[in-house]
Design a protein around this ligand. Structure first.
Ligand code: IMP
Length: 212
């Protein structure tokens, strides 16, 4: 069975492929479907963006689709950058500028607790979706450390560790991360849906206008 990974972010795709080990599933990248549009992430929650991406692309590509929406929530910034994580410092997406802006915003803050969140939506080819989520708590340090990973990884130290995500071996990040935790549940969900063919899943498909 084919499962489309609805992301154009190379780092995310690599992590998803490394974590999501589904038997008898052919994981397909979005490049394999050249006519699919860019889905605008204009929702106010990770959930709405993940569902929008998964359902829109599943209906267009006519295959099972997995989408993730993720970001960083910083307590001292009342949850920012949150759903704006990718574009925190503006367009185009620039990880370094985002990190500089985050350090500046936290300059006078001693409380630096934060968490990464990831919502994964799994949509069937007829637009029915289920979501799962994962969180990884930690803190924001005072300067970037490490060269691995992406995004805010050089500034984020997960609870119980001394290294940032960018300093860790990727296989360790892929055990601890918000994405790993969400994808672990997605794996369980996948087993469930194969058993049930998902008849009771909610449909997020927009109602058709009445015929004239
Ligand atoms: P998305 O593509 O809208 O989900 O954007 C997620 C943004 O959140 C990314 O551009 C990163 O800035 C940040 N982010 C999400 N997951 C991670 C992660 O695992 N490490 C570092 N930054 C992340």
């Amino acid at each position: 069975m084919k499962l489309l990974i609805a992301s154009r972010n190379r780092h995310k795709i690599e992590e998803i492929r490394a974590i999501l080990n589904l038997p008898a599933v052919d994981l397909a990248d979005i490049e394999a479907f050249p006519n699919l549009p860019e889905v605008v992430e204009d929702g106010h929650t990770f959930q709405s963006n993940a569902v929008k991406k998964a359902v829109t692309l599943a209906l267009m590509a006519r295959v099972w689709t997995l989408a993730d929406d993720s970001g960083l929530e910083v307590d001292a910034l009342t949850g920012a950058p949150g759903v704006q994580s990718a574009r925190y410092a503006g367009e185009p997406v620039n990880y370094e500028a985002n990190n500089v802006k985050l350090l500046e915003a936290l300059r006078d803050h001693e409380v630096r607790t934060a968490r990464f969140r990831c919502v994964v939506a799994l949509a069937s080819a007829d637009g029915r979706a289920q979501i799962v989520d994962g969180t990884c708590a930690g803190k924001i340090i005072h300067e970037c450390r490490g060269t691995g990973g992406f995004g805010y990884d050089p500034l984020f130290v997960p609870d119980g560790y001394d290294q940032t995500f960018a300093e860790m071996d990727p296989s360790l990040k892929n055990q601890l991360s918000h994405r790993a935790r969400a994808l672990k549940q997605a794996r369980e969900l996948w087993g469930e849906l194969l058993a049930s063919a998902a008849p009771s899943w909610p449909s997020f498909r927009k109602p058709r206008p009445p015929r004239a």
